[in-house]
Design a protein around this ligand. Structure first.
Ligand code: UTP
Length: 290
């Protein structure tokens, strides 16, 4: 079955970026000179997705005005002969013109699973891609396209995985797996922030998925956790307990995390130093910093 829609939840509180995230949602922080969300929309679009459903919070509405045409500004740029700026704006508009964008509101930040569930009403009985708003993957083949490729052969939910060094695993959602092909696994168990004795693989969950209607069924039935949230990883755990099959795919590419300050700053530097427009100047500049 073809995957035409992607859900991008943006309604989290972003507590790790307070107070900055009160003014700018973290998905709009830049990597080099583009907001994180633009990399994610590019990834989704280049994966063949035709429609994006953004889940936004009532407080943070920046997304409503970003992927939008600005004829008034274009007019000013034409009048002032700002050709370079005009081209940048036109290229930007061109980039998102073929993709349908819809919005749903998550009234309260009741968890990533709850956010995805809010988008469920725009997704009828069809598999859907999901990307969290703070996980960028820098790769030749877009990460979502890699997951869709796997879904086409297995028709079950697929979770993006990445291998990390042992000492980092305790801060992540990790998995116990059975390897079934190159980079492809059956997930046996999900262990959030594991103790050393619970670690059975070096694979962690990246915020990118293909979800099936069955996952939405489980999300609907899910009871909030102790903190009052519905968490997607916990819903997957429940499905595994009940014998459902979930695949994990170790995606190719560089995972640029943006969920906390130092991760975002590293990802910013990565994209800046990779960009031919900035690379040399920044390399030289970094050498001068004591
Ligand atoms: P995170 O786990 O990073 O949570 O969300 P957060 O609230 O954004 O940030 P912290 O942990 O407080 O610093 C993963 C993804 O799920 C979305 C976020 O916007 C992000 O894309 N999310 C999370 C929601 O849309 N709603 C929620 O209630 C929680």
């Amino acid at each position: 079955m073809e995957i035409k829609k992607a859900i991008i939840p943006l309604a989290g509180l972003g507590t790790r970026f307070l107070p900055l995230s009160l003014a700018v949602p973290k998905e709009f922080f830049p990597l080099a000179d583009k907001p994180i969300i633009q990399y994610i929309v590019e990834e989704v679009k280049n994966s063949g997705i035709k429609e994006i459903v953004f889940v936004l919070s009532p407080r943070q509405k920046t997304i409503l005005t970003y992927f939008k045409k600005y004829p008034d500004i274009e007019k000013i740029l034409v009048k002032r002969k700002k050709e370079k700026a005009l081209k940048e704006l036109k290229d930007f508009e061109e980039f998102f013109k073929d993709i349908k964008i819809s919005f749903v509101v998550q009234k309260e930040p009741l968890g990533d699973g709850h956010a995805i569930l809010q988008a469920g009403k725009l997704v009828k009985d069809e598999p859907v891609a999901v990307s969290f708003g703070d996980d960028v993957v820098d790769s030749d083949e877009p990460a979502i396209a890699q997951l869709i490729e796997i879904f086409k052969t297995c028709s079950a939910p697929v979770i993006a995985l990445k291998a990390l060094p042992k000492e980092k695993l305790s801060a992540y959602g990790t998995v116990a797996v059975e390897k079934i092909a190159h980079n492809l696994y059956k997930i046996k168990k999900i262990i959030e922030k594991p103790e050393p004795s619970q670690i059975s693989s070096n694979l962690v969950i990246v915020g990118k998925y293909v979800l099936t209607p069955e996952v939405f069924g489980y999300l609907k039935k899910a009871k909030p956790s102790k903190k009052g949230e519905i968490i997607l990883a916990e819903v997957f755990a429940k499905m595994l307990e009940e014998g459902k099959t979930i695949y994990g795919y170790e995606i190719r590419g560089e995972w640029l995390e943006c969920g906390d300050k130092s991760k975002w700053l590293k990802s910013f530097l990565h994209m800046t130093l990779k960009d031919p427009r900035f690379r040399e100047e920044f390399r030289q500049y970094l050498k001068t910093i004591k």
